[in-house]
Design a protein around this ligand. Structure first.
Ligand code: VG1
Ligand code: CO
Length: 682
């Protein structure tokens, strides 16, 4: 198998490792038992003719009428528990084929209602949106009928019309827009139909998230309850209403229940106008000596980019690429990083490329920021936004209240917080951990290394917000520049920041579709090492400050999240972190994060991989190689990696001529083998 390898100091993608096969979690409809009915396959409720204004609907044969709310009839559909519906870092994500089976989605939605207090949804307003991916259209109808069946009063749904192509995408709202709409319209919560940056289409992924009334992702206390309820569910409450026409803005009513189709952009745009100085940004974007490019990756921000950047801020129409949201993201992987947003990267690395480029992901909450021939790591990006926010962004005129990052995100932001004397928080991976701090007025700006940046203007990370934040910084720095004068560039802003605060070299390595068992064993093995580690131990030239499995106690509600990632932190601030992803749809993804701080400005220009090499080498030879001595002489592999940077690797566990990435992977097998041979000191 081959790997994709990109030489930039951020995310590395190693795909399809180990050939882990996905096995369905639930038999397909053909093999399903007759003791439960399926919302998708029964066809009686979901295939009704759209837009017929029925005042009452006769019950279908497959279940009894359990209630009549005014003129809506509600039916109880028998169902059976389905395994594996545990929510990960951000909602429930699976292959779309899994979601399309029997009552897979319906069960989860009903389990959600079973988990919420009645007052949180009865006669309440909920928002429904998504990134336009394959299956969202059908899923919207399922969610609406179950919401109505459970007594929800009103659903607000986004919709996007592409006038040029004369097409309509139903159920469109970016993740940040769902959060904004919930907050603005005081809704009780909302559903987001998206697997975010995971690819879409019949063969790929689908996902569902639920956000609460503050617009924030449901906390683990709720998602754990939902999971529990998926294991005991026996009925789904479905309103007997036809499919709702979601292609036209307007209201459809059935009894006390209504669905309002809304423009997905206006509430969000209004908020952005409050947060930023649009005149300032317009001044920059309309300059003839400033080039701008935004890649919507055929994902949801296609619906937002033209109205915001072009129609409101004066960017040229051709500055938006891949601006039409498509069900399969144009066969792309809507992940705004150097590997998957390659088209944008190619343009930005041309001599005559634009001065500023950005991309966002499937559901519009991630962002990547580039200057001409310059990539800004997400960890640096949030630190730079925080350092410049007060002078460049009206929303932060009084100064940010506090700063926060996820644990694996580099320590760049910590230094800004220290300098600005701001409260600072380190939370586990996943945006849901920031919300409480924001609600408590302790946090304004936060970010994750995974291309997530945002603030307390909403309760989600926000791709377009990050782009506008960067444009504000550049516009502020350049507002007095006369035509022909050299503009302050993205690279200038970053270099100046490094010179002031030092540089945190950072790199993340991903190993996708690993076998879950091996990956879990690897983490267990690392936990064993942590338990035996002592402060002051030498790892080559590095001295261990501490090693642990990160645990977080929420300062607001006292809830505890444990086992959030194994950390080795050294006395100079360098860190190596291992954790398993919670967003994959098949097998396990291992993430390794490596970071080293460099205060010396003369060394800031070095390639991150070169800068991180000594740390990687010392760590691996101590942790992996020595402990496994006699089984695998890893040291040789390192030397090999140091010489050879572009390679195609073989993933065999005994492969000798492998690079660093493979050798860590091999370690997973190695641990198991070593265990079996009893040659690890465990
Ligand atoms: C990943 C990222 C995490 C992010 C999450 C959701 O999670 O690491 O930082 O919050 O995706 O992002 P994991 O568990 O796979 O590492 V998104 O844009 O998918 O809502
Ligand atoms: Co996303």
């Amino acid at each position: 198998m081959s790997s994709t390898y990109a030489r930039f100091d951020t995310v590395f993608l190693l795909s399809r490792f180990a050939g882990a096969k996905y096995s369905p979690l639930w038999p397909s409809s053909s093999s399903s038992s007759s003791s439960h009915s399926s919302l998708l396959s029964s066809g009686t409720h979901l295939r009704a003719k759209p837009n017929s204004r029925l005042r009452s609907v006769t019950a279908a044969s497959s279940g009894p009428i359990i209630a009549g709310s005014e003129s809506i009839e509600i039916k109880s559909l028998p169902t059976k528990p389905i395994e594996g519906q545990k929510t990960g870092t951000s909602g429930l994500r699976k292959k779309v084929k899994v979601f399309m089976q029997d009552n897979y989605l319906a069960n989860w939605i009903q389990a959600l209602f079973n988990s919420l207090p009645l007052e949180d949804y009865k006669d309440a307003t909920l928002v429904l949106g998504g990134d336009g991916r394959y299956f969202n259209k059908e899923a919207s109808q399922i969610i609406i009928k179950i919401a109505a069946g459970n007594g929800v009063g009103k659903i607000l749904v986004g919709q996007f019309i592409n006038l040029k192509r004369n097409t309509c995408r139903e159920g469109i709202l970016s993740t940040p827009a769902v959060s904004a709409v919930i907050r603005k319209r005081k809704a009780n919560g909302g559903f987001i139909m998206s697997a975010s940056h995971n690819p879409g289409g019949p063969e790929y992924d689908w996902g569902i998230k639920f956000n609460y009334s503050s617009g924030q992702p449901a906390p683990e206390s709720i998602t754990d309850k939902i999971y529990g309820n998926t294991l005991s569910i026996s009925e789904i409450k479905v309103a007997e209403i036809p499919d709702i026409d979601l292609s036209h803005v307007g209201v459809t009513k059935y009894g006390n229940f209504s669905v309002e189709v809304i423009d997905p952009v206006s509430d969000y745009l209004e908020l952005m106008e409050d947060v930023f100085d649009f005149d300032l940004i317009r001044g920059l974007l309309s300059r003839s000596d400033f080039g701008f490019m935004f890649d919507a990756m055929h994902a949801v921000t296609g619906a937002y980019a033209k109205p915001i950047f072009v129609d409101n801020l004066g960017a040229k129409p051709d500055s938006i690429s891949n601006g039409v949201p498509l069900e399969d993201f144009g066969h792309g992987h809507p992940d705004p990083n150097l590997t998957y947003a390659k088209d944008l990267v190619d343009v930005m690395y041309r001599d005559d490329g634009p001065d500023f480029g950005a991309a966002s992901d499937g559901d519009g909450d991630r962002n990547m920021v580039l200057g001409n021939k310059f990539f800004v790591t997400p960890s640096d990006s949030v630190a730079i936004i925080a350092a410049n926010a007060q002078e460049a962004i009206p929303y932060f005129r009084a100064g940010p209240k506090g700063l926060a990052r996820s644990m694996p995100t580099s320590g760049a932001l910590d230094r800004v917080a220290e300098k600005l004397k701001l409260p600072f928080f380190e939370v586990p991976t996943g945006w849901k951990f920031f919300g409480n701090l924001m609600d408590a007025g302790k946090l304004s700006i936060c970010g994750e290394e995974s291309f997530g940046t945002g603030s307390d203007h909403i309760r989600e990370k926000d791709g377009i917000w990050a782009v506008l934040a960067w444009l504000s910084i550049l516009a502020h720095r350049n507002k007095d520049k006369k035509p022909g004068e050299k503009l302050v560039s993205v690279a200038d802003v970053v270099n100046e920041y490094w010179a002031t605060y030092g540089r945190n070299f950072f790199s993340r390595y991903d190993y996708e579709e690993c076998e879950s068992e091996g990956a879990n064993k690897m983490i267990e093995y690392l936990r064993d090492i942590v338990a035996k580690s002592k402060a002051g131990e030498n790892y080559g030239n590095y001295v261990l400050q501490f090693a642990d499995d990160f645990s977080y106690t929420d300062p607001v509600d006292g809830s505890v999240a444990s086992k959030q990632g194994v950390r080795f932190v050294f006395t100079d601030g360098s860190r190596i972190i291992f954790r398993l992803s919670g967003t994959g749809s098949a097998g396990a993804t291992v993430r390794i994060y490596i970071e080293q701080f460099e205060p010396d400005v003369s060394k800031h220009d070095v390639d991150a991989q070169i800068a991180l090499k000594p740390l990687i080498g010392s760590f691996l030879s101590c942790i992996v190689c020595i402990k496994a001595e006699g089984v695998y002489r890893e040291g040789e592999a390192h030397c090999h990696y140091m010489r050879e940077k572009n390679y195609s690797v073989s993933h065999g566990p005994y492969e000798r001529r492998v690079g660093f990435l493979t050798s860590v992977l091999s370690a997973m097998f190695l641990f198991e083998i070593s265990r079996a041979m009893n040659c690890l000191s465990m």
